[in-house]
Ligand binder design. Structure first.
Ligand code: CP
Ligand code: NVA
Length: 301
């Protein structure tokens, strides 16, 4: 049997992604009804975090225990990974002990190299280039509120970062139109945009980009690892804040999402976080359900 990894949304077919979302809805239902569901009994997830996390860590760890398994938190501070043990050796050793491994790291190539040497499924829990797990939750949340996203228009406002790249992949896999409003010099990867040019539009002006949208999304202006650029970015992104007034240019039933953590007063106004169109708390909760479905898909199918 070949091992399946989940390094980007392109590792699953559109139909497989939809079935993960269907299962996520079902697992959410079980959770709400307090029905025990131990499909991953005795399975162990290893979680390698080279960057901070609240949602990702807690959702994976809680998810594994709810499914009857367990999770081990591994940080470079107290493992040999932080002392230079090669990624290939770590992958070979850890994958002989664990059933599935989740990694949050910097370079995307690191996780690709790890996956190459791993005997068990590897999940991308965020790299500098992609954040596919967040997109599972976002897509589940959109569907839950407003039905299928197929044929809809999504607008990304802000940095052309890892989340934006995963939105480009999502546009392809879930079949929607994607407008991207990013300031000059902060656009997403040009090759990725080019590969998806039939559905991805770069529109620098946020108002023009948001017009006719069904979903508006943003993320921090300085991602983890870019802290030293914070001041420079703060001025470069001036005018790119999501506010209720900007949202008024979108469709009347448009939703607002943010993967969180949010910086109120920077990429999003405080009033927008409290606006009825913001579904950020459902979005955060769905990380739990969507990743439980992902873990099942990787371990049981
Ligand atoms: N959205 C997200 O991945 O959050 P954490 O950084 O808290 O895991
Ligand atoms: N773009 C952000 C997402 C955090 C969940 C970062 O990489 O820091």
């Amino acid at each position: 049997m070949t091992i399946r990894h989940f390094l980007t949304l392109l590792d699953f077919s559109p139909a497989e992604l939809i079935s993960v979302l269907d299962r996520a809805d079902q697992l959410k239902q079980f959770q709400q009804e307090e029905l025990a569901h131990e499909s991953l009994k005795n399975k162990v997830l290893g979680m390698i975090f080279e960057k901070s996390s609240t949602r990702t860590r807690v959702s994976f760890e809680a998810g594994m225990s709810q499914l009857g398994g367990s999770a081990i938190f591994l940080s470079p501070r107290d493992t040999q990974l932080g002392r230079g043990e090669p990624i290939e050796d770590s992958a070979r050793v850890l994958s002989r002990m664990l059933d599935v491994i989740m990694i949050r790291t910097f370079e995307h190539a690191t996780i690709q190299r790890f996956a190459e040497y791993s005997k068990v499924p590897v999940i991308n829990a965020l790299t500098d280039d992609f954040h596919p797990c967040q997109l599972l939750a976002d897509m589940q949340t959109y569907r839950e509120h407003n039905g299928s996203i197929q044929g809809k228009t999504v607008t990304w406002v802000g940095d052309g970062n890892n989340m934006c790249h995963s939105y480009i992949n999502a546009a392809r896999q879930f079949d929607f139109e994607l407008n991207i409003a990013a300031p000059k010099g902060y656009e997403p990867d040009a090759d990725l945009v080019k590969q998806n040019k039939q559905r991805v539009n770069l529109i620098a002006d946020p108002k023009a980009a948001v017009k006719g949208s069904d979903l508006v999304v943003t993320d921090v202006w300085a991602s983890m690892g870019q802290e030293s650029e914070s001041d420079q970015r703060l001025s470069a992104f001036d005018g790119y804040q999501i506010t209720p007034e900007l949202m008024d240019h979108a469709n009347s039933d448009a939703l607002f999402m943010h993967c969180l953590p949010a910086h109120r007063g920077e990429e999003v106004s405080s009033s927008m976080m409290d606006d009825a169109r913001a579904v950020v708390w459902d979005e955060a909760e769905n990380r739990l359900h969507a990743q439980k479905a992902l873990l099942e898909a990787l371990l049981l199918n």
